[in-house]
Design a binder for this molecule. Sequence first.
Ligand SMILES: [Zn+2]
Length: 216
Amino acid sequence: MEGERVPVACPACSPDLETVHEVLTTGGGRATVQCSECGHTHKVPIEDERTVEREVVVSQDGESFTASVEVEAEETVRKGDEFILETDEAIMQVRITDLEVGPEERTSFAQAEDVETFWTRAVDNVTVNVTVHPKDGQHDATKSMELQLPGDYEFTIGETEEFDDREFKIEGIHVRQEVVGDYKFQKLGHEGDVVEAKDVKRIYGTDTKKKPWSAW
Ligand SMILES: [Zn+2]
């Protein structure tokens, strides 16, 4: 970086407008720069290398734990973004579900350094909620189940899924709020629509098992 020319405001001759500066030395996250207009030498933080440590709450299988993450201070972060989180116990892929920027204050996107707590969800492996209606319509009762799946497992509306001794045709899928922007609607019902397991809030299906409904 030494010898590079960078635009920086000069406290001596131009505090409000940037002038061309030459980088003399760097170290400790700061650069010593010299103004090409007046020759004044001063120090500036090296912006693009600045990182901050922030709290992360990870929810996984209905439980949650707290960790910390180092992020680029000026990076823009959004709900739905994913990142790799390294803790003492594991390395995992997590997705931002909420950004806390102050007491009781949450937002959809922010500059990383303004975030106090990243609320996230582990997405390598996820639990998918499924509601299945009986096909004959004679029973009022619907059944619910939870499937443990890799986050990138794909569900397609109109297709039949089989898990253990359960079988159902997918009629509709509700996607999670933090990824609604990636889909056409929050409630998808068109045959052929594909949703990854980690994006699923709930799947609605019809029982397609030949044997009596009471089987499970
Ligand atoms: Zn100057």
